[in-house]
Design a protein around this ligand. Structure first.
Ligand code: SAM
Length: 352
């Protein structure tokens, strides 16, 4: 998924840095989980994984990828849906996805607020989704919620379907990476007909736990071998940049405003997006959480200065800084263009 700070392309580098130092254990906490790419990696490696994020759509992904530990059988739902199975289909999830891909489109919240025809009454029409794709997204989201109300889905099945939708939406959004702005011309990706795709599930037979909260509230209850921190690096809050994914996940028809149809995010602001509070928060985590190793991903352009980070972490054990060059995705200030930039990606490794 396109997500600021997604560590997908850095997983092997991070893992290598840990292995070289013989850093291992049984439990791993991904404290700022985002797309869950790091949590997934360590789940695959057999760790019992904990994860947390302020964003609700991240929580949906966490539930499906991290907490869930079985292939969903949709026992209650399948007898209710009539679908001719194609030979290629083998899992119940694929049957449900095929069903959802064939339901009738509906003009719902996404169509009415984020498609061109749905916003024709506005001075500036919103070009987030093609009309047809917006209606498809609405229909699928409404159907999933209907099944939930009818109690034909387990909690795991519900979050798996929401996650399939969230992951799929990313492939059809007319944005340059983030949802704080839509593109003024149609990107080719946005004009392709929407297709719901399945996500790849991972099983590790452990009681993994996931949270949708300000991670700072969890600090005192944490007890883990490896505590992995990947907080925001700059003033840019995450919630406004992914507001439409939040709305699709929450299905709560929020009051929205402005050219981009932004939902309120007052409760989802991160202290890591301000220099003074970021350092305080880092200090609170390092001091109060219970861990053997604290690994902080950061970069050379972050708002917390390197010397302050080393000083804070140094109060609780030995600190090593590992740096590697990385070609980072960067959207420019008005969100129209992507530029690539070399940045030093950093790993601060604190051994208690
Ligand atoms: C750099 S991104 C993490 C990227 C993630 N490692 C990945 O690979 O996708 C930072 C994440 O921290 C979350 N976040 C920021 N402040 C938070 C807080 N106080 N508690 C929980 N999550 C927070 C943001 O919502 C965002 O998802």
């Amino acid at each position: 998924m396109r997500f600021i700070g997604n560590k997908e392309n850095l997983l092997n580098t991070i893992n290598h840095a840990l292995e070289q130092r013989n850093i291992k254990g049984k439990t791993f906490f991904d404290f700022f989980s985002g797309t869950t790419s790091v949590a997934r990696f360590f789940k695959k490696k057999g760790y019992k994984v904990f994860s947390s994020d302020l964003l609700y759509f991240s929580y949906c992904l966490q539930y499906a990828y991290i907490k869930n530990n079985k292939e969903p059988d949709f026992k209650k739902l399948l007898p209710q849906i009539n679908i001719k199975q194609s030979k290629l289909i083998c899992f119940p999830l694929d049957i449900v996805i095929e069903y959802l891909n064939n339901i009738k489109s509906i003009k719902g919240f996404i169509y009415n607020n984020y498609s061109v025809s749905g916003t024709s009454h506005l001075e500036k029409q919103r070009m987030y989704f093609s009309d047809e794709n917006a209606k498809k997204i609405d229909a699928i989201r409404i159907q999933i919620e209907f099944w939930k109300k009818e109690k034909v889905l387990t909690k795991e099945e519900y979050f798996i379907l929401i996650s399939c939708l969230i992951e799929s939406v990313s492939f059809y959004s007319n944005v340059a990476g983030v949802y704080a702005a839509f593109q003024k011309k149609w990107d080719k990706r946005a004009l392709k007909p929407f297709l719901l795709r399945r996500i790849t599930l991972i099983f590790n037979n452990k009681k993994n736990e996931v949270f949708n909260t300000d991670s700072m509230q969890l600090v005192k209850n944490i007890n883990t071998d490896i505590l992995y921190l990947d907080p925001p690096y700059n003033e840019r809050q995450y919630a406004p940049n992914y507001h439409i994914l939040e709305t699709i996940a929450k299905f709560d028809t929020p009051v929205i405003k402005g050219i981009t149809g932004m939902r309120d995010y007052a409760n989802q602001k991160s202290t890591f997006c301000r220099k003074d509070t970021a350092l305080q928060s880092l200090s609170r985590i390092a001091k109060n959480a219970n861990y053997k190793y604290l690994i902080l991903s950061y970069n050379s352009e972050g708002i917390m200065p390197q010397e302050n980070i080393i000083k804070i972490l140094g109060n609780y054990g030995s600190v090593e800084l590992v740096e590697f060059e990385y070609l980072r995705f960067k959207s420019n200030s008005n969100g129209n263009n992507n530029t690539k930039k070399h940045i030093l990606e950093q790993l601060y490794i604190l051994t208690r």
